[in-house]
Design a protein. Structure first.
Length: 511
């Protein structure tokens, strides 16, 4: 069973072996009290990647390492700043563990993993301890010996690393760095060992992975492509968290899919729909499969919170037991749908198409145009669609048809908001203001929809409870609260929509 740790480290140019008199000065960095020798370790790691280095190109690495205190398989995934997530699996044969292979799938896109580099390191270790003797950080000096397994080649170098222990405070690294700089020890390029080794032993990394023409900086095409590229990278990065059932991961992947799908639709004047339409269909499918689990998450939170907030005397019958049984059955189905989708050929094909889209976008002539013309026109088209749906919904009497109409308008509001996000670098403050107002429309209409959906679920739970001879009082009480909440949001929506109207004008967007 794999488990995850967070790794936060900085690399430095290794000082000469006889020039480490500054080590004792590290004890002056609060809360370091002492520096303790830990001896020498001999580490031997074989790194795995695809023939075209898909893991390396996306700032990830996979190795099988022996020696030291953490022998085993290590999959490292990038995190913001100087941190990485390291997912470890026990030492096994030379076959990549299936769990780690799956967690790397969004990067490999199904390509075979094979040994690409062997790195042997002689590591000298010191621990930075606090007054209680607990380890705050680890200082290592490595003599590195790398052998390429793709094209041959050999490289050697030395380097020094400072790595926080556990959930240490990143501010400690800043204090340590001040001491190092004062003693002439400079920060080094923070590339992982395998990246440096590959760069020195194979020409593969010299190839530009996504050479393309995207129009002049500041063009409509540049704005849209920057947004698309960020979302493609985000989808790749979120995938392992979804597979491991990390908190909020399904929500983030679903939202990323919707953002990307909305952008491709809104900016069909920039990107050729003959290429992007099939991607949009696949993104819609993916969001739908993820939606089973995500919608249940939202519903479970609302129901659990609703029951929990009631006084005990208003919870009649086995309400919590019924809620737990309902949750267990539907949660398992949602998780299965998510994992089946991520294991499907359609998902792998989608990842491949997204990679090709990022590397060679199908730009249309208008991609070279100015954002003030091309992007504004696209935003106004989306606004017109929203206005048409929202005005129609608000003219309807309350009831199921109006609920559905508000929900449909909300979908267009989200698309307009995502289009505004993509246009923000090119259009600035006016489109930022539009996005904020439309987000409020989306928030209020979304809250109304959540209350409607929760009310329907409560009615079904009440029916099941009645059929089992249980009291339906509590379910009915909660149903009434949700209907009241939905009504309050309906009454709030016209005012929120009126404020959004005021910023959605061509003149306003071009300021």
């Amino acid at each position: 069973m794999a488990y995850s740790t967070r790794e936060t480290e900085r690399k430095y140019a290794a000082p000469a072996a006889d020039d480490i008199s500054w080590l004792h000065e590290l004890s002056s960095v609060d809360p370091v009290a002492s520096v303790a020798e830990r001896g020498i370790q001999e580490l031997d790691a074989v790194y795995y990647d695809t023939d075209d280095l898909r893991l390396t190109r996306t700032s990830a690495s996979l190795r099988r390492r022996t020696g030291g205190t953490d022998s085993g398989w290590h999959l490292k995934l990038p995190l913001p700043g100087n941190s990485r997530e390291e997912i470890r699996a026990p030492l096994s044969s030379e076959n990549v563990p299936e769990e780690l292979r799956d967690l790397a799938l969004s990067r490999t896109r199904g390509a075979e993993l094979r040994p690409v580099m062997r790195i042997r390191s002689t590591r000298s270790l010191r621990d930075l301890l606090d007054a209680k003797g607990d380890v705050l950080a680890e200082l290592s000096m490595d003599v590195v010996d790398a052998d390429g397994l793709l094209d041959g080649g050999h490289a050697t170098w030395t380097e020094m690393e400072i790595e926080l222990a556990g959930a240490g405070d990143p501010a400690l690294l800043n204090g340590i760095e001040k001491v190092l700089r004062k003693n002439g020890v400079d920060r080094a390029q923070s590339a992982p060992k395998v990246v440096r080794a590959l760069a020195e032993t194979t020409p593969l990394l010299e190839r530009t992975p996504d050479a393309r023409t995207e129009g002049a900086p500041g063009s409509a095409g540049a704005c849209v492509l920057a947004y698309v590229d960020g979302l493609v990278d985000a989808l790749t990065d979120i995938d392992p968290a979804v597979r491991r059932d990390a908190p909020d991961a399904v929500h983030r992947m679903r939202t990323t899919s919707r953002r990307l799908r909305g952008c491709l639709r809104s900016y069909r004047s920039v990107l050729d729909r003959e290429v992007t339409d099939s991607i949009r269909r696949d993104l819609k499918w993916l969001a739908g499969e993820l939606g089973v689990e995500r919608d249940h998450e939202v519903l479970r939170e609302r129901l659990t919170s609703g029951v929990g907030e009631l006084p005990g005397e208003l919870v009649l019958g086995p309400v919590n037991a019924r809620l737990q049984a309902w949750d267990a059955a539907r949660r398992a189905e949602g998780r299965r749908r998510t994992l089946d989708a991520l294991a499907s050929p359609r998902y792998l094909n989608l990842l491949e198409k997204l990679k090709l889209l990022a590397e060679g976008p199908p730009l249309r002539t208008k991609a070279a145009g100015k954002p003030e013309k091309v992007l504004v026109k696209a935003l106004l088209k989306e606004y017109d669609r929203l206005a048409q749906r929202m005005d129609r919904a608000l003219d309807m009497p309350s009831g199921p048809e109006r609920d559905a109409a508000i929900h449909n308008a909300r979908k267009v509001a989200k698309r307009l908001r995502y289009a505004a996000e993509a246009a923000r670098p090119g259009l600035g403050k006016p489109v930022r203001r539009l996005g904020k107002r439309v987000k409020n429309v989306q928030k209020v209409s979304g809250s109304q929809h959540d209350s409607v959906v929760t009310g329907d679920a409560l009615r079904r739970l009440a029916v099941s409870a009645h059929a089992a001879g249980e009291s339906g009082f509590t379910w009915g009480l909660l149903h009434g609260q949700e209907r009241a909440a939905a009504g309050a949001r309906e009454r709030q929506l016209p005012e929120v929509w009126a404020r959004a109207r005021g910023v959605a004008r061509r003149k306003a967007l071009r300021r």
